[in-house]
Design a protein around this ligand. Sequence first.
Ligand code: NDP
Length: 419
Amino acid sequence: MSRVLIIGCGGVASVAIHKCCQVSEVFTDICIASRTRSKCDALAAKLAPTTQTKITTAQVDADKVTEVKRLIEAYKPDLVMNLALPYQDLTIMEACLACKVSYLDTANYEPEDTNNPAWRAIYEKRCHEEGFSAHFDYSWQLAYQEKFKEAGLTAILGCGFDPGVSQAYCAYAAKHEFDTIDTIDILDCNGGDHGHPFATNFNSEINLREVSAPGSYWEEGRWVEIPPMSIKRQYDFDQVGLRDMYLLHHEEIESLAKHIPGVKRIRFFMTFGQSYLTHMKCLQNCGLLSTAPVEFNGQRIVPLQFLKSLLPDPASLGPRTVGKTNIGCIFTGTKDGKPKTYYIYNICDHQECYHEVGSQAVSYTTGVPAMCGALMFLTGKWRLKGVHTVEEFDPDPFLETLSKYGLPHRESTTPQLVD
Ligand code: NDP
């Protein structure tokens, strides 16, 4: 019997909420709270006839700690799932700490306003000291480590697919498949087609910020940063086929470098078609990916937020997206004194997801792990105190639960390696 407060009601949250309602013996009560309450009400009305879970809704501006605190105090949840945006991570963590409730999210903190001088001063120091320039890193949330520990609370960071399942795959490989891991390549392939000339598969503001930034990887104890999209490889993905993929900076590289002992290199690749890249370059050249506010007809607007308002809502892509995603990790290392390679991955079909929960596979592959991570916490399987990333928890019950709820893994010991 658990009460869970879910903040956000977009593409990812919708899937997680559908899945929570399939496990109503654990998720007995959920409150869906978001900026736009009508979306929460519509989802609650759709799900209520199909589930034993008692669903309520609320309006909240999660940028405001006091509003989140008020909601937590009124609802008294056992866990808060932050499925809103990375911009709200710190305010929601702050409210959880004040109200003594554990926390889970799917993406690490990133400020909405990257021109804020106070934030920029810390950011520029970190770029200089660490050697990567992404606008997000774990330091902001790890700053809560001691406070969460002292309060006896758990914060599970980045519990989507990547970050999230990708790190559980690493923990699983370290636990069962290797004595030492030398290299990790995380490969994220979306072989789906939504039929729009240009659209993103999750929140477009967050997505375009991520993919237009410089890439970076971890090698021999340090970051190597490269211009955006400047390392390209081809990979023949199981059930998808040959795709171009590009090296990106990705948040789990930072935590894996800390938690996988002896690892020499960690890279992250994501597939993009040429049309997507051409659109993105054009939008960037026109200034539409900028997060710096500009004056337009007497109004202050952020170009990237304006662009987001023109692009298709990722939550609307479900009915029209066909094809599959294939996301996983390739490892090299040694086992029992012998060299070994190992690939663990999941394949997910966009249309099957749509028929099950009304969403495409990118939301599905994020929402299902969020529900499974919450289930790990609520059933006492993941109870480390403090602020932790997914590879720090036992991967076995998590992978078992993912398989049960729609994301089974496949394995190979003879994968094609990425050069
Ligand atoms: P959406 O834009 O579809 O949904 C975001 C939701 O958050 C909306 O319901 C939005 O409300 C709500 N929201 C935004 N600001 C606030 C606020 N201030 N207060 C309350 N609610 C707010 O995003 P997605 O569902 O695509 O993505 C959700 C999260 O998942 C993001 O953090 C994203 O980075 C992460 N993600 C993680 C992945 C992984 O594998 N780990 C992969 C994909 C996404 P409104 O309806 O009013 O706009």
